[in-house]
Design a protein around this ligand. Structure first.
Ligand code: PHE
Length: 454
């Protein structure tokens, strides 16, 4: 396509790169996971810590992934093997593939819920229901077993179909149009939500930090959420980085994507929390928070039918541009390392993820009492991937770039062989050499209770 080695596929335009990467980053992580995790962790103080992590750790990890992927031109496993032949760094790649399996399984389950909510919007199923009824509606849906399973499979198939079509024709084409539309709709929701009676306490919850609510596990949650939301720590952006053309500016891409991602998460918070307080929903209601709150807002809007329908369609699309980026990690690995055809690789990957996915879906119904380490399968996948595998992956990724690849090679890649100015290099190197790994290690060990320093 673009004269890259091995005839690998690549993104066709600079806007396409940003759209696809932002498409990966922006998704249920921003609109579903951010409000629910922030709600469980006290709101404002969580947000502040989260923002700090995005800037000081998130962007540097993202840049490190781009550097690895674009210089190696391989999938996550192959990239480490190519850049560090005969060394065990490829294990990070394997960990990334494992994380991709886990994320895809529980994420697709939640993505399937958007399809049910599209369906309910179409048949006007939320109409005339009060907050309590909308709450029961959510729980009876996820508890019903069959419908969530059905939607899970539909979503899985949608993801697989796009992945089979390949990078430019599949991934790039759709994200370019649909992401900007989501932003517009979210803005409309924010306006409705902040003008509800009693909205003020929701905004205070989100923006007034109450540091007494911060514990060591909150800090790990904020770090995990930052990694999850930016799609970093497991090689999604190594894989996408390998499709970025050599003339694109990695630094500005990383900053734009991180900015867009954070902006959307804050907007989602501003749409959700005022409504949560206005309708007397508990902010720590957990995984159902958004699905319970949003239909309440739509009821209170002129044109609610239209907004509800559009919103859940776009939420589904945002989730789809994320699931394809996770599936692409596995498929690129199967294609390049197991020498499978793209189609066979996609079928193998979706088939095996589905097995785990079924357990995640059933975690809200027939398997709700089945617990491992005190978690349902769904919660275990969510917690382990975001709070353990991604931070661990991020830790090794920055160490790899800082201490193994080294400043010269990183600078060469980031400056497009000297063609771009990279005044941020000294700062970037300091962060990935010392600050980020130390901070991640400390927060991680403290958060999982392996060290106790405070
Ligand atoms: N960042 C995506 C979201 O916020 C989820 C994701 C995580 C995608 C990890 C790829 C890798 O929805």
């Amino acid at each position: 396509m673009t004269g890259l080695p091995d005839n690998r596929d690549s993104f066709g335009s600079r806007f396409g790169v940003i759209a696809a990467t932002a498409g990966s980053a922006i998704g249920l992580g921003n609109i579903w996971r951010f409000p629910y995790v922030a709600g469980e962790n006290g709101g404002g103080a969580f947000l502040l810590i989260y923002l700090g992590f995005i800037v000081l750790i998130g962007i540097p990890v993202m840049l490190s992934e781009f550097t690895i992927g674009r210089s190696a031109q391989r999938n996550v496993f192959g990239s480490f093997r190519k850049l560090a032949p005969g060394k065990p760094w490829y294990l990070i790649g394997l960990m990334g593939v494992a994380a991709a399996f886990m994320i895809l399984a529980f994420y697709t389950a939640v993505a399937g819920w958007t399809l049910e909510y599209i369906f309910q919007s179409v048949i006007n199923g939320f109409k005339g229901q009060d907050a309590q009824e909308l709450n029961s509606m959510y729980f009876s849906f996820i508890g019903s077993g069959f419908r969530p399973l059905l939607w899970f499979f539909v979503f899985m198939v949608l993801t697989a179909v796009i992945i089979m079509a390949g990078v430019q024709k599949g991934i790039e084409k759709y994200t370019k149009i649909l992401m900007p539309l989501l932003l517009v709709l979210l803005l409309a929701l924010v306006i409705r939500s902040v003008t509800l009676p009693g909205a003020g306490s929701g905004l205070a919850f989100l923006f007034k930090p109450d540091f007494s609510k911060i514990t060591t596990s909150t800090i790990l949650e904020a770090l995990g959420q930052a990694f999850f939301s930016l799609s970093i720590g497991m090689g999604t952006l190594i894989t996408y980085g390998s499709y970025i053309q050599k003339s694109d500016n990695l630094g500005s891409t990383a900053v734009s994507v991180a900015f867009a991602d954070t902006f959307i998460a804050i907007l989602a918070g501003m749409a959700i929390f005022p409504a949560v307080f206005a309708f007397n929903i508990e902010p720590d209601a957990g995984a159902g928070l958004v699905y319970i709150t949003l239909p309440n807002i739509f009821q209170q809007m002129p044109g609610g039918y239209f907004f509800s329908l559009m919103f859940f369609i776009l939420l589904g699309v945002a989730a789809l541009t994320s699931t394809i980026s996770v599936l692409e990690v596995i498929v690129a690995f199967f294609v390049e390392e197991l020498k499978l055809k793209r189609k066979a690789a996609t079928l193998l990957a979706t088939g095996s993820v589905s097995v785990l996915g079924i357990l995640c879906v059933l975690s809200f119904s027939s398997m709700s009492d089945f617990k491992l380490f005190g978690f349902t399968v769904f919660d275990l996948m969510d917690f382990t991937s975001a709070n353990i595998l991604l931070p661990l992956g991020g830790f090794f990724i920055v160490i790899f770039v800082a201490w193994f690849l080294g400043r010269e090679k990183a600078a060469g890649e980031l400056s497009n062989r000297g063609r771009l100015r990279t005044g941020y290099m000294p700062f970037f190197m300091f962060i990935i050499k010392f600050l980020a790994p130390l901070a991640i290690a400390f927060i991680f060990l403290q958060g999982v209770g392996l060290i106790k320093l405070t």
